[in-house]
Design a protein around this ligand. Structure first.
Ligand code: SF4
Length: 261
């Protein structure tokens, strides 16, 4: 597919963000459509495969041009969603465009379709991966969070494959778990994730569930986010399991590194 005729299903663009890739000023591109149904999803309007708007790559080109010329105001671009890897061909062409502006690229993905993740990562166009590790890497726990049937465990195998591929390719990976009440706030649940990802990621983020926005589950939307003290306790449990770079992310205090004591 050539760059000129590339179409993408776009959920929106945030021209400038300082919180989506810490330490960088990023443009955030929301790819529409997702293959999962996480109850805590707060971008749930982007889940349907026919959500968003079909646009040409020239729209992204225009927005990048506005942000980079005459005075560059960005360091990086983040592809998020929805789930970008469902549009692999367009992601690769858009990644080439990002690189033509001399910008770094982070791919935020649920990692569930390994052949597509691999196609994208082996282009060498992605500088960092943000990977959702929603649950311990076994099909039962994963299904309980993603609300899709993980046939033959292929989704969890794909997430593990993504972790290992990033290590092989030397792409830094940040693994993330959203801590939601009654779903993913159990200490043993987090300990098992930590054991699964140990040695395979640069940093682990425990993100506080946020009941603002378009939360998919009406029941969950009525629940309070977990307390910061609980996230700290879970982070310490992950550290005890051998992770040495664990952060929590809360709505009011942002990102904080957690120490063992
Ligand atoms: S949280 Fe992410 S992976 Fe889950 S449904 Fe929403 S966009 Fe998809």
């Amino acid at each position: 597919m050539g760059g000129d005729d590339v179409k993408l299903r776009l959920g929106g663009i945030t021209d400038m963000s300082t919180i989506d890739w810490y330490g960088n000023v990023s443009m955030v591109v929301f790819w529409a459509g997702c293959n999962l149904r996480c109850p805590y999803c707060h971008n749930s309007t982007l889940i349907p495969l026919d959500s968003g708007t079909v646009v040409g790559l020239d729209l992204l080109d225009e927005r990048l041009h506005q942000s980079m010329d005459p005075v560059p105001s960005l360091d990086a671009v983040v592809f998020t969603g929805g789930e970008p890897i469902l549009q692999t061909d367009a992601v690769i062409e858009a990644a080439k465009l990002v690189k033509s502006y001399g910008l770094k690229l982070m791919l935020d993905t649920n990692g569930t379709v390994f052949k597509d993740v691999e196609r994208i990562l082996r282009t060498g166009l992605v500088d960092r991966v943000a990977l959702d590790v929603k649950a311990p890497l076994n099909p039962d726990d994963f299904r309980n969070i993603s609300k899709v049937l993980d046939v033959y465990g292929s989704y969890v195998a794909s997430i593990m494959g993504t972790l290992k591929l990033c290590k092989e390719l030397g792409i830094p990976i940040e693994a993330r778990t959203t801590v939601a009440p009654g779903l993913s706030d159990d200490e043993e649940f987090i300990r098992q994730i930590a054991r699964d990802i140990k040695g395979l990621c640069e940093v682990y983020y425990l993100q506080q569930f946020d009941n603002q926005g378009d939360v998919l589950s009406p029941e969950l939307k009525t629940k309070d986010p977990p307390k910061k003290e609980d996230l700290i306790r879970l982070a310490r449990a992950a550290i005890e399991e051998g992770l040495d770079n664990v952060h929590i992310k809360t709505r009011f205090d942002g990102l904080e590194m957690i120490n063992k004591w």
